[in-house]
Ligand binder design. Sequence first.
Ligand code: FAD
Length: 449
Amino acid sequence: MATQQTQSEQAPIIIVGAGLTGLAAAWELQQRGAAYVLLEAGDYFGGKVQSEQTGDGFLVEKAADAFILGKPWALELAHEIGLEPELIHPREDTKKLYFLRGGQLLDFPQNLKMFVPLDDQSFLQSGVLSPEGLQRMLDEQRLPPRPPTDDDESLADFITRRFGAEAMNFIVPLAAGIYVANPHELSMKAAFPQFLALEQKYGSVIKGSRATPRAQGPIFASFKGGMSALANAVAAKLTGDVRLNTPVLQVHPGGVTLSGGEKIAGSGVILTTPAWYAAPMLRRSFPEASALVGELKANGSVAVILAYRAQQFPRDMHLHGLQVAADEGIHMKAITVHSAKLHGRAPNDHVLLRVFFKDLEPQKAYAEAVHEVARLFGASGDPLWHSYADWRGKNPAYQVGHLEHLARIRAALPPNVQVAGASYTGVGIPDCVNAGRTAARDVLRCWQV
Ligand SMILES: Cc1cc2nc3c(=O)[nH]c(=O)nc-3n(C[C@H](O)[C@H](O)[C@H](O)COP(=O)(O)OP(=O)(O)OC[C@H]3O[C@@H](n4cnc5c(N)ncnc54)[C@H](O)[C@@H]3O)c2cc1C
């Protein structure tokens, strides 16, 4: 009588990509006693997460600078690998945030939950929209909910429907900024299902937000050594077969082929690269899945990083930064004052800024960034140095219908070949950690007797 094999009797599970998704997948497999091979094209761990210590004492983040605690998965991982002593939180004493509208730096409204006003009065006193626009946003409380439906809608349609067209100018910078997205294309079901759920459950997003208690304590966390600390600490704990500088060319049912031609047999594959790298890898063995993955679109962003001496500013730069109204008519989207937001990002008496743009040629972005920092904060002279984080064409777009599209991708792959990561089920670090661990469990399930 034939006996069923377990994964431990099979070839290892292959993980492609050692960003946070791939690292979390490897960690999950290791915790479950499963053999794995982790293959990374680059020469470092963390993928998009890149924290760079400069020779003159700055700590620069190229992508994520913190993660949200409301989704528990990144914190759980940090806990499991013993990284909790390294946790830090955005500083409360420098929490000031501005909103740039009509060329004016306005105080950010108090008492918001993301973009949702938790009390009418303080929102009405802010100048982030016209008086009519502010009132229309608050009138959301009196609108009936959309009849229950499975249909997706864009962020722009959702905002206009619930909060009025003018509210786009305030909400889009806060919401679409996370996804670097076109609000007319961004899927509400994929990116912000919580707001759809509040509308259905409480009849209104504002009512629902006010009825659900705000979490106590900090909302975000990072690490003393930057976000790369998480990637490096997970990698240091991995005892399996982990290979840097090992690009994968093709994924097939029995494993992968490396770009050098070597084949590695696997009992399953977890493909954690962004969709635009995954599609060609799947083409030969899984043409339908490859075509579907290839249809996932990307948006772009550029962050200009600027270092100054504090004395170049005539004002106190102990603030978290600013958001720019969507109709402001400039390319710049936001500024984060990194030196004030998190401890240990700049030497004393220095200012470290990250200035965000959508797709813009980096030299142009640099020129606009320096101009705006001088105009808005009075900086004199050139920055001490500058660098870029050029993510043009590298941010997952999550278009309307994304979840249905993802279901079709999954249906076109065998259960032991999984796609996972920022292109599919959430771009935030906690989502990526959860995606990696979930994919690992799903592939393992194929071998459970
Ligand atoms: C500017 C910016 C700011 C952000 N800020 C935040 C934030 O504050 N908080 C937050 O939670 N998130 C933030 N994010 C999002 C977050 O950083 C990413 O979504 C997340 O790091 C993606 O992780 P991943 O493992 O899914 O993909 P990646 O990090 O892209 O990892 C994929 C890996 O696959 C590798 N690879 C590619 N091709 C191959 C191949 N052929 N063979 C082998 N390996 C391959 C790549 O080298 C890479 O290491 C930000 C993103 C950007 C761009």
